[in-house]
Design a binder for this molecule. Structure first.
Ligand code: T5A
Length: 216
């Protein structure tokens, strides 16, 4: 059955401006009388938020083995897709999701060098038929995004974020992997310039979303 609501994901390196654009887009779509659900990965359900806490902030002595990290992201995703994303789309609610399968390919696949074929199979297993209709990849130099992300949390004492804290070459691999996905799937993944100011970037977001809505 053809979907009546769009499933839109936002992707990009750290601090790209995804959350900012999602908030603006939600307001824009709701002002047109549309129903919108904003959600995020990892997370989006109470259990998946528990997994989020581990993958983002775990600091135990026993290292978090990269395949375990990958499986935690996928475990969070199966909960999220089944209990939040699929029901919303089935109820004709537009879903705006901050990060999704492409983050796993970029961070665990390229960043952590996990087996890409297996990872893509896991992504497919976790999401089933719920492939995004449109993915907006907000691209920008990793140094700029990391500076923005650091500035945003500068007031938080004891801030720790396992992935954000990775070395610059990890984040460069993440960015390159995202751009490779966009080249591979140009119909689904649209690259937007994250170095634009918030308003100019939002105009580009609106253009892509308006086009996608007109094709429903
Ligand atoms: N991850 C996730 C994986 O490794 N594998 C996976 O499968 C998945 C799903 C999630 C982490 O998990 C990893 C990736 C991540 O490391 P998170 O906290 O959700 O962690 O991290 P981010 O998604 O990177 O969230 P950020 O908040 O850091 O980035 P955003 O949402 O892209 O940026 P935003 O909008 O919060 O903006 C950051 C700052 O920049 C300013 C904002 O005001 C804010 O202060 N800003 C701009 N400044 C100038 N110009 C613009 N255009 C701006 N837009 C925003």
């Amino acid at each position: 059955m053809a979907r009546k609501a769009l499933f839109i994901t936002f992707e990009g390196p750290e601090g790209a401006g995804k959350s900012t654009q999602i908030k603006l887009l939600k307001e824009y779509l709701e002002s047109q009388g549309r129903k919108v659900l904003v959600t995020r990965e990892p997370g989006g359900t109470p259990l998946a938020e528990n997994f989020r806490n581990i993958v983002k902030h775990y600091q135990g002595e026993e290292p978090l083995y990269p395949p375990t990290e990958l499986l935690l992201f996928e475990a969070a995703r199966t909960q999220h897709v089944n209990y939040v994303i699929a029901p919303a789309l089935q109820n004709n609610i537009i879903v705006l999701c901050d990060r999704f399968i492409d983050s796993t390919e970029a961070y665990q696949g390229a960043g952590r060098a996990q087996n890409m074929d297996f990872l893509r199979q896991l992504n497919g297993y976790a999401i089933g038929e719920w492939v995004p209709d449109l993915t907006l990849l907000i691209d920008l130099p990793v140094e700029v995004g990391l500076q923005r992300a650091a500035a945003r949390v500068a007031h938080i004492v004891d801030h720790n974020d396992r992935l954000e804290a990775e070395k610059i070459d990890f984040h460069q691999r993440v960015r390159a992997a995202y751009l490779a996905i966009a080249r591979r799937e140009p119909q689904r993944v649209r690259v937007l310039d994250g170095s634009l100011d918030i308003e100019a970037l939002f105009n580009a977001v609106k253009q892509q979303v308006d086009d996608a809505l007109s094709e429903l």
